[in-house]
Ligand binder design. Structure first.
Ligand code: ZN
Length: 241
């Protein structure tokens, strides 16, 4: 299934539905996808992000490959949906980061590598928008990675029964390819990430694990159109305000 959330034009309220071709089917009926404003496909209680999960990206920023997954958070307030505007913080350098986002399907804790696939609902695209200037002085990256609009998510969740990795992860800015990588190059694969995270915290349905970004990150400036594309999932497109 391809799961979406959108604003119901009749009620103005968020509604969940599933995409069938170009039509969204929901409890309130059927509507062509181009007639609605899509929202982020889930509403996470937290986004757990993985830093430096591709060796080539660690190298491009002059970082070592970590021995254990490097983890940080983005708050729910950072989430925006497809076609929403990214509002840049006051910074001399803000980067896009194309990432595969794993969406959790069930409340879980202490999940082993062996059982990890069973807690996944599906996959979507995320742009881990990052303030590189703040990242230099903001030790826990709360400001560098957690500012409003820094977590575009979408356009839909493709459930795990319909897609499997490795995933081809790309970004484009104003149509020009910036990142073109494969989750084949993960340092820590998804089951290992789930085991590590749930050793410390409960994951809730709709929570997101952002799995890190391939090489090729680059700046975003006002007026840019940035696209994150993952084959089999779709294109997450946002403009920079
Ligand atoms: Zn990232």
């Amino acid at each position: 299934m391809r799961l979406v959330r959108f604003l119901d034009p009749a009620s103005g309220l968020p509604v969940k539905g599933r995409l069938e071709g170009s039509v969204i089917v929901s409890a309130s009926g059927s509507i062509p996808v181009e007639q609605v404003h899509l929202l982020s496909p889930c509403t996470p209680t937290k986004i757990v992000c993985v830093g430096r999960n591709y060796a080539a990206h660690a190298a491009e920023l002059g970082n070592e490959v970590p021995e254990r997954p490097l983890l940080f958070f983005k708050p729910p307030s950072a989430v925006i949906g497809p076609n929403d505007e990214i509002v840049l913080p006051k910074s001399s350098l803000v980067h896009h980061e194309a990432e595969l986002a794993v969406v959790i399907g069930v409340r879980c804790r202490n999940v082993s590598v062996h059982d990890a696939m069973s807690v996944i609902l599906g996959y979507t695209c995320m742009n881990d928008v990052s303030d590189r200037e703040a990242q230099k002085w903001d030790k826990n990256w709360v400001r560098a990675k957690g500012f409003d609009t820094s977590a575009p998510l979408g356009p839909m969740i493709v459930t795990k029964d319909e897609i499997e990795g490795p995933f081809h992860v790309m970004s484009r800015v104003n149509g020009e390819v910036r990142q073109d990588g494969s989750t084949r190059d993960f340092i820590f694969p998804i089951p290992a990430l789930i085991e590590e995270i749930t050793r410390y915290m409960t994951l809730e349905p709709g929570d997101v694990i952002a799995t890190g970004t391939p090489a090729g990150v680059g700046p975003l400036v006002s007026g840019d159109i940035v696209e994150i594309e993952i084959d089999g999932i779709g294109i997450l497109r946002n403009t920079v305000a």
